[in-house]
Design a binder for this molecule. Structure first.
Ligand code: SF4
Length: 379
């Protein structure tokens, strides 16, 4: 029997909040699901109400239709926040993504790694039973249908067109985890980016050997990578502003570069970036570190560094998401007129990060190549 690896310390049981169904995801829907539901009275009802039950994406596949993207809500979500496909046709009639949410399954040469999305209310609150309690249900689902990402033994994508072996990746990953324990995530992720970028320029790629170039506690590239990440963080903050026109962004860029006053009326913040970072320290402090460590542990456990895009692209997000979450948590506190951030501010920030920057978010594939191009100029 295939071995399933569950992370320790992470719990989950659905609390039926329906939050995932009221968010603007691109949820693929299999053709046979569309065919069955569109012929059923439930499907006809949703088509009558919303004009359509499913839409086509750019690649021509079916996805869940949101009649009003500004207020996303799956047409099949009933007023009691339960799924009407599940209620009327059964669990197996739902699209695969919906059946297995919040689980992510990655098949590797060493077995199957099971993880969960921090977008889920229960996961982020760490409530319910340990993940391993869901093993029987998951094995049952794996017999019929499930979305699995498969990592091949000799084809681990390190950077575009650059591969290494699974064995090399595991040695790299073990060292990364050890460093996260010894020196924290921020510095370890920076070192991992540098190791991966340098290894991708060699032939053959040897990721694990690259760690020998960096002593513990050593900032790679003399701190230049840390500066690049700060600039990347500011670029991310701008993406989430209400107005992203050149008229708004160009003065912000100039103020950031010269250390002058920045104006973020959507968050009620006026001050220099340095002053904002001081405010963030005071509003958030170390309060999120245990939560962000749990988030990072999950990304490493479920092999999200190898999912959807290259290791280098995903490492940027491992380094940036905790920074983005701390910063956005502080902004949300300020938006609500508070000097101290609350858990609800963190949850809002985490939701944005998971939705747009997480492994299946829309932004990493667009942003990471730009950061990589800057990094290559530094190497
Ligand atoms: S977000 Fe999580 S807890 Fe809420 S309904 Fe979905 S699976 Fe259940």
């Amino acid at each position: 029997m295939v071995k399933l690896h569950f992370p320790s310390g992470q719990n989950y049981d659905c609390v039926m909040c329906g939050r995932g169904c009221e968010s603007l995801w691109t949820i693929p829907v299999e053709d046979h699901v569309v065919e069955r539901i569109e012929k059923h009275p439930l499907g006809l009802r949703v088509i009558n109400e919303n004009g359509a039950a499913f839409s086509k994406n750019e690649e021509g596949g079916y996805v869940i239709h949101y009649p009003d993207p500004a207020q996303p809500r799956c047409g099949f979500l009933a007023p009691d926040k339960l799924c009407s496909i599940h209620a009327e046709l059964g669990m197996e009639a739902k699209p695969l993504t919906c059946q297995q949410f919040p689980f992510h399954v990655t098949e590797t040469p060493d077995g199957v790694y099971v993880g969960v999305s921090f977008f889920c209310t229960s996961v982020r609150e760490n409530s319910g039973r340990p993940l391993s309690a869901h093993e029987d249900w998951l094995r049952q689902l794996m017999k019929t249908s499930i979305r699995v990402t498969t990592i091949e033994a000799d084809k681990v994508l390190v950077a575009p067109d650059r591969h290494t072996s699974w064995t090399d990746f595991v040695a790299f990953d073990n060292q990364l985890r050890q460093r996260v324990q010894d020196q924290g995530l921020d510095l370890s992720a920076q070192q991992a980016i540098a190791v991966t970028a340098l290894a991708s320029q060699q032939n053959p790629v040897n990721l694990a050997a690259g760690w020998d170039q960096f002593e513990l506690e050593e900032a790679p590239l003399g701190g230049q990578l840390a500066s690049l990440l700060e600039t990347a963080l500011f670029a991310l903050v701008k993406l989430f502003l209400h107005d992203t026109s050149p008229e708004r962004i160009e003065p912000l860029d100039a103020a950031y570069a010269s250390g002058a006053t920045l104006d973020f009326p959507e968050y009620g913040w006026t001050g220099t970036w340095f002053q904002f970072l001081r405010f963030q320290d005071q509003a958030v402090g170390d309060n999120l570190e245990d939560e962000l460590d749990r988030w990072a542990d999950m990304q490493l456990h479920r092999k999200s560094l190898l999912v959807y895009r290259s290791l280098l692209d995903n490492l940027w997000m491992l380094a940036l998401i905790p920074r983005f979450v701390r910063c956005t948590t502080a902004f949300f506190a300020r938006q609500n007129g508070r000097e101290q951030a609350l858990l609800e501010d963190y949850y809002r920030a985490l939701e944005q990060a998971e939705m747009y920057l997480g492994t299946n978010g829309l932004l990493p594939s667009r942003l990471s190549p730009r950061f990589t191009a800057h990094l290559m100029e530094l190497l």
